[in-house]
Write a protein that binds this ligand. Structure first.
Ligand SMILES: [Zn+2]
Length: 200
C-alpha cells in the first residue's frame, strides 16, 4: 500500500460523505495499511449510506476485531450475517460465519432455503457469482481479452458486471486515472477485483 494511493483514496472519501464506493475503498486501504480503528469508521460510514452492504459488515468486524473491539465485532457479524443471508451474498455470509466460529460465537439461525442458488441446484450449471453468489444470468462472452476477462466471464454475473461498469467509470473520474499509464491500469484492475470479489 503506497502512501500515495492511501491519500488519493482519503481525498475521494472526504470529497463526498455519501460516496459508498469511496468510503469502502478508503476503509479497505486503511485496514490493509494496519489502521483498523480508522478503517472501522470508514465502514461505519459505508453502512450509514447503505445498510444492506454485507461485505462492509464483514470488513467492519475485521477492523473492530483487529482494533480490539471484540464485542462490537461480534455484533457487526451477527447483523451482517443476517443481511448477507437475506440478500444471498454467499461469500460474505460464509466469511462472517467463519469469523464467528473462530471467536467462539454461535452463527445466527437462518432458513437455508432462502439462500440464493441453494434452492435452484442446477441453475447455471453450479455457477455462483463471486460477488453476489447468485446463480446468474452469466455474461454471454468475456468483457475484454486476457486472463482477467476470462476470470470475469467464468465467475461474475451480468448484473454485478453492469454495476462495476458504473463504478469503474467513477473510479477513473474520481482518481483521475490516466488509463494509458500501466500503473493506473493496475490500480483500476485492483479496484475491479476488489469490487467483484476476485482477490485470492
Ligand atoms: Zn453477481
Amino acid at each position: 500500500m503506497s502512501d500515495d494511493r492511501l491519500s488519493k483514496l482519503r481525498a475521494m472519501a472526504e470529497a463526498d460523505p455519501n460516496d459508498e464506493l469511496a468510503h469502502f475503498g478508503f476503509g479497505s486501504a486503511l485496514l490493509e495499511a494496519g489502521q483498523p480503528g480508522e478503517a472501522a469508521k470508514s465502514f461505519q460510514r459505508v453502512l450509514a449510506i447503505n445498510s444492506q452492504n454485507s461485505k462492509a459488515y464483514q470488513l467492519l468486524a475485521e477492523a473492530q476485531r483487529a482494533a480490539g473491539d471484540v464485542g462490537y465485532a461480534i455484533e457487526a457479524l451477527k447483523t451482517g450475517y443476517r443481511i448477507a443471508h437475506k440478500r444471498g451474498d454467499l461469500m460474505p455470509m460464509n466469511a462472517m460465519a467463519k469469523m464467528l466460529q473462530e471467536m467462539g460465537e454461535a452463527v445466527p439461525q437462518v432458513a437455508a432455503a432462502a439462500v440464493a442458488g441453494e434452492s435452484g441446484g442446477a441453475v447455471g450449471g453450479g455457477f455462483a457469482c463471486s460477488r453476489c453468489g447468485s446463480p446468474g444470468p452469466r455474461l454471454a462472452k468475456q468483457p475484454f481479452k486476457g486472463p482477467l476477462g476470462d476470470t470475469i466471464l467464468a465467475r461474475v454475473c451480468q448484473s454485478c458486471w453492469r454495476e462495476w461498469i458504473a463504478m469503474g467509470t467513477k473510479v477513473i473520474n474520481e482518481l483521475r486515472l490516466p488509463m494509458h499509464d500501466p500503473q493506473a491500469q493496475e490500480m483500476y484492475d485492483r479496484h475491479m477485483k476488489e469490487f467483484l470479489n476476485l482477490e485470492e
